[in-house]
Design a protein around this ligand. Sequence first.
Ligand SMILES: [Zn+2]
Length: 461
Amino acid sequence: MLTGIILQAHPTIRQKITLCQWMGCDRFIWNAKCDEQKYLLAYARRYLPIGTFPPVDQKFSQYKSKELSPWLYDCPSQILRNSASRWYNTQRAFMKGQCGAPRRKRKSNKASVLLTRELFRFEKCADGVTRLFIGTKTNNIGYLSLKIHRSFAIPNSITISRENERYLVSLCYDDGVDEADLKTAEQHLEYLSQCSREELERFTIGIDRGVARPVQAGEDVYDLTEEQKKKKKAKERYIRRCQRRLSKQQKSSKRRRKMRHRLAKASTKIANIRKDFCHKTSHSIVNREATKVIILEDLNTSGMTKKPAPKKDCQSRRFLPNRRKAKSGLNRSILDKCWYQLEIYLRYKAHRAGKAVFAVPAHHTSQECADCGHTHPNNRKRQDLFSCQCCGHADHADHNAAEVIKKRAINSFLHSGTELSRRGVLLGIGRGAIHKTPAVKAACARGSEASKEKALATAVA
Ligand SMILES: [Zn+2]
């Protein structure tokens, strides 16, 4: 099974300059290939019969010219070839419908270069430290200072990337774990459907993701540490200050460029705090001894964080207030809790550990009682308190939601009609975990009609 890791590099100033030049050459070839393809497509569309497409190749020697692009001769030709082949692979994937078309790259603070086997060498030196030599025999930058925080097998290629003056080496290697040995979600579901309720109760954990408490996993609460919260807050304050100053600076000035760089750096710090939280939380949840099955709620985060639609008054043709600012504040705090990132980390880590991750439909998890199943908005009087109007069950709202999620999943496992959607959501049954028969449906409909009449009667009275 392929595993990827990212190592932080600390190049010297000379090395940085050379690496930047190589990244520029890489981008030049990529953009030239994009332009060429665009031109050929336009030509074919205009002058050739319908259905004729230009050939796709990975040639790049036509861009090397002593007069027009002499700097390409300073760069190892393997880098140019790698760039062309990277573009070729992307274009082929696009033609198969697997991804978008390769686009031109902009000159920005983000860049990368792909180095294949002939351009790097991991050497075990006399002092026992592994060092990375970059370049060919005649054209190289010497040894790159690297923080190797874990062991790995020698890869076939590495990518050196730069983002906000941070240099990273990412590599991919085979860790020896056979993919065929690990169970798929369908196999997990099949096994779980044969377990008893007691067994499922014992090794299943429900996870509720929220805004006030980012993660509630069973009895445990996961949140940022006090120090991280403090650091994050300070950085956010710093970003606001920088943005105020940026707004008054002249476009394309040096100071503005510097300020943008500072902003980008501060934003990266905050993103790193979030990433750290997600990694530590997912690691802790997956490595629990007793837990074998992890249940999430199926949240459409991108849909939940959309801006509200504008409201328009038909008569006066004016826009009415639609609480957009309040919604954007909520969106920010939802996105700040990185629900989706956590889900991705949980899924891949659980898969490697041989554990299962499923999702259940998310509707009314915060209003349903974990004890009796009574669902009503009045059950949640306060943000943190859940108190059932039917049976009197009182609990912290997030803990109650985690229990509801767990209960739904267990009912789904025990139900024979449960199916798995492509996103790993348990489907085929309602949130009550049983199919509603026509008689039950009719009764529910009657009930709602009766309550409508009752409400109407009290309103009239
Ligand atoms: Zn209840």
